[in-house]
Design a protein around this ligand. Sequence first.
Ligand SMILES: [Zn+2]
Ligand SMILES: [Zn+2]
Length: 364
Amino acid sequence: MTAALGMLSPTEGALPSPLDFVVEALAEAGALAEREDARAVALLPARLAAELEVREECALALYPDRDGDVACGLGSTLLERLIARARGRPVSTSVRLAADPPRPAHVRAAADRFALRNGLCEAGQVSTGAAVYVAAIVAYGVEADDRREGLVRVVVNAHDGGEPDAAVGAHLDLAWPSALVQPSAASLSTDDRAADWIALRAERAVRAAVQPLLGEVELRHARDHDRIVSYFADLIAEARAPRRRADPKAVEAKVAHLIAERNAKLEALPARFAAKVTCSVAALVSAEVPVALVNMRLRRRKESRDIVLRLPAGASSLDRLTCEACGAATARPAACDDRMHLLCEACAPNAQGRIACPACAKRR
Ligand SMILES: [Zn+2]
Ligand SMILES: [Zn+2]
């Protein structure tokens, strides 16, 4: 599941007050800070005070109206510095989703819609339990003639890489916490491969998110190029048809000068519009989510394989499965002939006939 977080609206919860954030951030950095209405007093360790360029003992105020007040509202230097400090390292946290698991009828209906592209499937027993998911919030930046930033979120099951639908991801968006999300003290176990699944899918999500931004950079590049060309074309035409009689040599010298100037401007453009894309993990949320499970027997020719499909609380569709060749998520797998590896549409584009299985090829 991926989503551009900027698209989500603050339907639940509101942004904390900047003063609350400042007080919490200072306390976390080792300061003593105490809140009094729209103000706070803080006692900072010397190093922190030096780093933030405030006095060791200071009065913080949303609206600084007394002598010596340190402003900490939106746009204030202290708030910006503390935000930069907080953004400097990824945060991670564990939560649990306080919801009932999906009802059996709901899971059966979802399982009925599941299809193996090149075989048959038969739903069996339904049970309920809990599953661990990891949501990674990845920050990206595109730097060219200007700088654009954004966030993408990828959510994977911590043990099989399955990908829940968007509704589950929205619950795990802690920027706008859902009322169902509660902090959890449990340390949630994850498979060693979870980091690989996240890296793979985050890379794809970032590529998709930056594509339109890179397109805009190219458009601006082309527009500036055309502007320079037409501007100099006008100047050159003017120089070649002077209103008063002019020495042809002087005209040619002027034209040559204009051409050189135009070329220099055009040559400088690619460097200005060379886009650099960066990304880094901003936050990791591991979450325990109630789920309903359904056993499924897959059949392909003479082979069969039993798998478990999962429907997390709040989702309307089953978790997408992890392709056993490339690690991508797929809702419509095909099974290979020899080992019934489940393969995504990219790894097995054609489900007719025998599949050249990349997962089998890796094992040889
Ligand atoms: Zn694949
Ligand atoms: Zn295979």
